[in-house]
Design a protein around this ligand. Sequence first.
Ligand code: ADP
Ligand code: MG
Length: 347
Amino acid sequence: MLHYLIMSYKTFLSCLTVFFLLVSSCSANKLKAFRETRVALYTVVTITVYADSEQKAKTAIDATYSELDRLGRLLNFYSEDSEVSAINRYSGIKPVRVSEDTVDIIQRALYVSRCTDGAFDMTIGPIVKMWDFEKKIVPDKKSVGEKLNLVNYRNVVIDKANSTVYLKKMGMQIDLGGIEKGYAADRAVEILKKTGISAGIIAVGGEVKPFGLKPDGGPWRVGIKNPDQKNKDDELIAIVKLSNKAISTSGGYEKYFIKDGRQYHHILDPATGYPAYKCRSVSVIADNAPDGFPTGIFVLGPVKGMEVLKKYGLEGVIVDNNGEILATNGIRDKLEILRPHAGGGRK
Ligand code: ADP
Ligand code: MG
């Protein structure tokens, strides 16, 4: 079995927002499970495929990682030579010609922004750059306030025909970190299918997408982590049974620090520039990875969040700030609750 871990098992698990239960390795029709984990798009990516030969699995997995690396280079918010950086450099100056993928993902981001009334907003870039989760830097209110007028997804202009993107205000910056992983997960499944793989499961950080029939005939089972920060053992709070659906999860426990007794995480409210505290984790389920929605719903909170899920025909599981688990009607019979309540509390 392919099993190249590039980091310790513990580190690898702690990087994942959700992780799936290990699938059985054999079946009646002689398909075996092959799995590989690498870092791509600044996150841990695990690909599991069912194939009848190691060679076939390896060819498909390598092709998929090449594509993810290519997307990573286009979309990287922090490297000067990405297409995203080119768009940001020319904000307020001129439209920038970019690849079809970059235009498509920005179009997806705009759709999610409209659906969440701007709670998901890729133009949060200048604010994101003010936070440092390694050095535990909380930007001051005045500096944040000065940049907030640059945050508005309505000032992102796409020209599909010419394949250009224009940010209307000088100083604007888009950060696709909240949506690129889902786009990548969908693309990964396309590549795997094209290379002859009929079943498998891909996890790009918190984006998990199974496809095809699991050889043992059972449903794919994807775990949702307990978002309680004190839970260091990657305990699951629930399991969702899926078939040909993707699940996207965002949680305040993924990237955070504690300073002066307060917890600061990476999901920011575009209205204030500071972390949103109405939820602890949000998982959204749809045919294509609904990335962006969990982040937006996390900001909106459970009440408005549930309304958004219903309005746009999405299923979801929300852990609110009290640790209560809320689920949409359509997912309840596919949801196995392991803990009725997330433990601990948030500071
Ligand atoms: P993760 O990166 O752990 O999957 P998310 O999908 O929730 O988590 O995305 C969070 C990232 O998206 C942040 O690191 C930041 O780059 C960006 N971001 C933070 N707040 C918002 C927001 N309200 N709208 C859009 N992007 C955001
Ligand atoms: Mg996301």
